[in-house]
Ligand binder design. Structure first.
Ligand code: ZN
Ligand code: ZN
Ligand code: ZN
Ligand code: ZN
Ligand code: ZN
Length: 228
């Protein structure tokens, strides 16, 4: 099923989401923690020591640092070393940055290179809108995904969308078409088919009664656009 996965914009020092990891990755992580710990111990008596820079490996001292948490570890950078992982543009000025696999990215690289493009319209996915991942593709959630995958009602032809509170709507699935529950009714008398007993003439739905009236007359009038 589809799930909306909004990418998480991260501001300085905000905790980043924790990624799940396999056993091998967990072992590798422990090795990294131990190695860091050993390295950090050599500096531990320095009053200004904060951690070792992820980029240049030198000690980060006092206020010359930027830090954030990723995967339960605090990552430190020198101000000058705090750069976009892809384009290396400086991120030191405290603006928004985005974490991907633990590495900081500027907004442009995050959108264009990490999020990539919508598989429906081909345009760049925006971090603020969120990304809808479904069928191993990714889409603009509110527009492109809806256009491609949300079915149209067989009666009113509008999209069958969740209501405003985000609750799932009752969709009637009938003979290969989908209908809003409130649209699944007789064209002539407006009776809603609560028992799924509907009769079709030229794609329009009728209750048993109205259907027999129409067919008895032998008219089989095509109804054209439906009346309310
Ligand atoms: Zn550094
Ligand atoms: Zn960048
Ligand atoms: Zn799109
Ligand atoms: Zn409808
Ligand atoms: Zn009827």
């Amino acid at each position: 099923m589809a799930a909306v996965l909004p990418p998480e914009p991260t501001t300085l020092n905000a905790p980043a989401s924790v990624v799940t990891s396999s056993a091998a990755a967990a072992a590798a992580k422990i090795a990294v923690i131990l190695e860091r710990h050993e390295r950090d111990m050599t500096m531990i008596h320095h009053p200004e020591f904060r951690g070792h820079c992820e980029s240049c490996n030198d000690a980060v001292l006092g206020s010359d640092g930027v830090s954030y948490k990723f995967d339960n570890l605090t990552r430190y950078y020198h101000q000058k070393c705090f750069r976009c992982h892809i384009c290396t543009q400086s991120l030191r000025d405290g603006g928004e940055f985005f974490l991907h696999v633990g590495n900081p990215h500027c907004i442009a690289c995050y959108q264009e290179k990490v999020l990539g493009c919508c598989d429906a319209c081909g345009k760049v996915l925006m971090s603020q809108q969120g990304v809808l991942r479904a069928r191993s593709k990714k889409f603009h959630p509110a527009t492109c995904y809806v256009d491609m995958f949300v079915p149209n009602c067989g009666s009113c032809t509008k999209k069958i969308l969740p209501d405003v509170e985000g609750q799932a709507v009752t969709t009637i699935d009938w003979k290969g078409k989908k209908y809003h529950a409130q649209c699944f009714g007789c064209v002539d008398c407006s009776k809603i088919f609560t028992d799924l007993k509907a009769y079709q003439i030229d794609g329009n739905l009728f209750c048993k009664n109205c259907h027999s009236i129409r067919t008895k007359k032998g008219t089989r009038v095509s109804v054209g656009s439906q009346q309310e």
